[in-house]
Design a protein. Structure first.
Length: 193
């Protein structure tokens, strides 16, 4: 009887061992399918990141292009203002150094430009027509240049940034005989030193 019981216990142990072994066995996973899924997901993530970086690069290029265009426009505007500053003269009446309304308007624009460009120093030249003596015209040219200097100083431009010179009738061609020609000689010009 003891043998029978021992056999039954042994059979029970073997059967339960088999059941437990089969039920606890690890499930096998197809690693190639899992690797393919991970590779596809990683490839999609990398592609999305590359697309995002490409889009950012395009946006940056567009911004830089717009900034360059704006800088070019600004440079043209500054050059035009500088040219206008240099090329626009102040005109005077015959035998006068008084600044009329037109002259004051021009000088206000010049003062604005000078205030915007504080490092610029200028030379103011006074000119006359060929009427009168050389000495008289040199003195009149000096009064005209100083009238411009005084006006600009009143507009806030330091006198240390300005110098004056009188050219008198030196640059008035002898061929100027009409009033239209002579009126262009009665001027003050501003140049950058």
């Amino acid at each position: 009887m003891f043998k029978k019981m021992l056999i039954r216990v042994a059979i029970l142990v073997v059967i339960s061992g088999l059941v437990l072994t089969v039920s606890c066995a690890k499930k096998t996973i197809d690693s190639s399918a899992q690797s393919a899924a991970v590779s596809e997901a990683e490839a999609a993530r990398i592609a999305a990141e590359e697309a995002r970086l490409l889009e950012l690069a395009k946006e940056k290029a567009l911004i830089e292009e717009a900034e360059l265009a704006a800088a070019a426009i600004l440079a043209e505007k500054i050059a035009a203002q500088r040219d206008r500053f240099i090329n626009e003269n102040v005109y005077f009446s015959f035998d006068s150094s008084a600044l009329n309304g037109d002259a004051q308007y021009v000088l206000k624009e010049k003062a604005q430009w000078l205030l915007s460009n504080p490092s610029v120093q200028i030379r103011i030249g006074g000119y006359c027509d060929n009427k009168g003596t050389t000495e008289y015209n040199l003195a009149l040219g000096d009064r005209r240049a100083n009238a411009v200097k005084g006006f600009l100083s009143d507009m806030g431009i330091p006198i240390t940034r300005m110098e004056t010179v009188s050219y008198g009738e030196e640059y008035s061609p002898a061929s100027h005989t009409t009033e239209a020609q002579l009126s262009k000689d009665r001027r003050a010009s501003v140049s950058i030193k």
